[in-house]
Design a protein. Structure first.
Length: 208
């Protein structure tokens, strides 16, 4: 499943301001926007820094670096300027360009550690191997127009729920819905199955 990537920068808090100022000087493709910063930071005590990404001589998106906790900054959002929203691929591409254009060069001057999440998550990252295998079997073999109404489909669906309930690793309903949609289910049926999954797990937890 495609995912919006997260980026964390572990750096000494005393270096936040000097680091943020320095990276604004590295490339003319990333322009610090102090006006946007002023409009946001007056409502919070957290450090926040805004950089507008330039492509083809136009501002495309604003990348926000925010204070996560002591000695950590993170990219809290990338907000489109030209369009209404960014696709996952567009978002991750801009994040990668920020790493390549800016952070890789800043590492020559500042001591910090980068932690970036994966852009693609497998079921095995969210479930045990047996639960993931069971869900894949259900999704591959089920009649996607009828959900889990067929007895054999229902049996496979219940087996997935059983395996997941008794494991310590459980996929969220939101990610389950996303997986099903990416695997060819229509949005309404995927939502119904995700809601059924959430209800079933809660019910089993209540009567356990």
């Amino acid at each position: 499943m495609k995912e919006f990537q997260n980026l964390k920068i572990s750096i000494d808090k005393d270096s936040f301001d000097s680091f943020s100022e320095y990276i604004s000087t590295i490339s003319n493709l990333w322009v610090r926007d102090s006006e946007k910063e002023d409009g946001v930071t007056r409502f919070t005590d957290e450090k926040m820094y805004c950089y507008n990404f330039i492509s083809d001589d136009e501002e495309v998106a604003s990348l926000w670096l925010s204070e996560k906790d002591t000695n950590n900054l993170y990219v809290s959002n990338i907000v489109p300027i030209k369009s209404n929203q960014l696709t996952i691929d567009e978002y991750n591409k801009i994040l990668k360009l920020f790493c390549d254009h800016i952070l890789s060069k800043a590492q020559k001057k500042f001591d910090f550690k980068l932690d970036i999440s994966k852009d693609n998550i497998e079921l095995e990252d969210l479930l045990t191997d047996s639960s993931a295998k069971s869900l894949r079997a259900f999704s591959a073999l089920a009649n996607k127009s009828t959900g889990r109404s067929h007895p054999l489909d229902q049996k496979r669906w219940f087996e997935f729920i059983r395996l997941t309930f008794y494991s310590e690793v459980k996929i969220s309903p939101e990610l389950l819905e996303k997986y099903l949609i990416e695997d060819g289910w229509d949005q309404n049926t995927a939502l119904d199955l995700a809601c059924d999954y959430e209800y079933s797990i809660d019910l089993l937890s209540a009567v356990r």
